[in-house]
Write a protein that binds this ligand. Structure first.
Ligand SMILES: Cc1ncc(COP(=O)(O)O)c(C=O)c1O
Length: 390
């Protein structure tokens, strides 16, 4: 079987729903729906030993991805990005096992390719033809590319301050671009206002169940690339937090299939000091995050004032013994330069924020220098040439 997808389950009230019809949030409690798989059956045939013989894309894990019919997978080579040992950077900071998961090499230059490939192909499989999303930029260009590859119509709703490369890409892929004053929150409101008249299915992150499925392949890859060990710490630049949730979900699924044990990394969310709702909530000890007023940062992907999955992110940070940190734009810019100079990787500002966060962990004594640490560089700096002054 290509996919062992079995049903959807609400992360709030645990209601189950059939998987083979379009779904957004839970119709009962309004919380995020997760895709569930028959992992017991999958594990009988889908083993770790199969993987070395498979192509180096995220579709090597297709049994635990939501697309049932491979004919809908109009892939562009997304995923299975390198996990690069950051030796020079590590040496400078005293770390012996520091890695960068280099997502800038994905189609459309960011990790958003993973989530949007899964969600767009699944939407096509479920019969949809017109999709809409609000986006800080990278999700929009990824959705536009996969809609083009699947012969679908893409409508993207972007804050006016979106980095130009994403806007140009969306237009090149034939998407309809609408600019909205404010942040991704206002862009989402505008999408919801326009969607009924335009006949759009809302592909906003976590408001449909499959973007997180694509992003979870980051977790499968990190474990596979470390020889089926999980690292001690994963530092993740958190906007909506979908990637962090996905990585955690992947670890739970792998444990259920007997691929890894119960060990988990400490999950660390890094946000920008001009938009840090999760950091504030984490330190206040609250289960959800209050919306951040007037979000400001050059790291466009971190300009998310009220993440839909706040309760899930906060729970994972606490359960894993991790933390949440905020870093300044100046620190982010310095770290873009530092990663590029030391490693030959030109990171996006969001990715660079993870290094700024790691330095804070080191100062706080919250990491040991012999621990295995993964920084997730979520995209390429080449997409931010108009906002980066180096
Ligand atoms: C480059 C980049 N990094 C990080 C993020 C935040 O992603 P997540 O929603 O998984 O927190 C985004 C989201 O737009 C992004 O574009």
């Amino acid at each position: 079987m290509y996919s062992y997808l079995s049903h959807l389950e609400c992360t709030g009230c645990h209601r189950t729903l059939p998987a083979d019809q379009p779904a957004n949030l839970c119709p009962d409690c309004g919380k995020v729906l997760y895709a569930r798989y028959d992992l017991r059956e999958a594990a009988k045939v889908f083993t770790r030993a199969l993987l070395p013989g498979r192509a180096p894309t995220m579709w090597r894990y297709h049994e635990v991805l939501p697309v049932r019919d491979p004919d809908f997978v109009n892939q562009l080579g997304e995923g299975f990005t390198p996990l690069i040992k950051a030796s020079r950077l590590g040496e400078g900071l005293g770390f012996s096992h520091l890695y960068i998961k280099e997502e800038g090499v994905n189609p459309t230059g960011s990790f958003k390719a993973r989530g949007l490939a899964a969600a767009v192909f699944r939407a096509r499989e479920l019969g949809m033809t017109k999709l809409g999303t609000p986006s800080a930029g990278n999700a929009a260009s990824a959705m536009a590319a996969y809609c083009a590859a699947s012969g679908m119509e893409a409508h993207v709703f972007l804050p006016e301050a979106t980095p130009q490369a994403n806007v140009d890409e969306c237009r090149a892929y034939g998407a309809k671009v609408t600019f909205v004053p404010g942040s991704i929150a206002e862009a989402g409101q505008e999408l919801r206002r326009c969607a009924p008249a335009l006949g759009l299915f809302d592909l906003s992150t976590l408001k449909e169940p499959y973007r997180v499925e694509g992003k979870k392949t980051l977790g499968y890859e990190i474990a596979e690339q470390l020889g089926w060990k999980v690292p001690d710490v994963i530092v993740y630049p958190t906007g909506g937090g979908t990637g962090l949730l996905g990585i955690w979900k992947a670890f739970d699924e792998m444990e259920e299939m007997g691929w890894i044990g119960p060990e988990r990394p400490r999950m660390v969310a890094v946000q920008a000091s001009g938009c840090a709702p999760i950091v504030r909530a984490f330190h206040q000890g609250t289960p959800t995050a209050e919306a951040w007023k007037d979000p400001q940062t050059i790291a466009a992907g971190l300009r998310v004032p009220s993440p839909v999955g706040d309760y899930l992110i906060l729970d994972i940070l606490r359960q894993s013994g991790g933390t949440a940190l905020e870093v300044s734009d100046d620190a982010i810019l310095a770290c873009v330069k530092e990663i590029a100079t030391a490693e030959g990787i030109f990171p996006c500002p969001e990715g660079a924020a993870t290094l700024a966060g790691l330095k804070m962990l080191l100062d706080q004594g919250a990491v040991a220098q012999d621990e295995t640490i993964v920084l997730v560089n979520t995209g390429s700096g080449l997409k931010y040439l108009d906002v980066l002054t180096l």
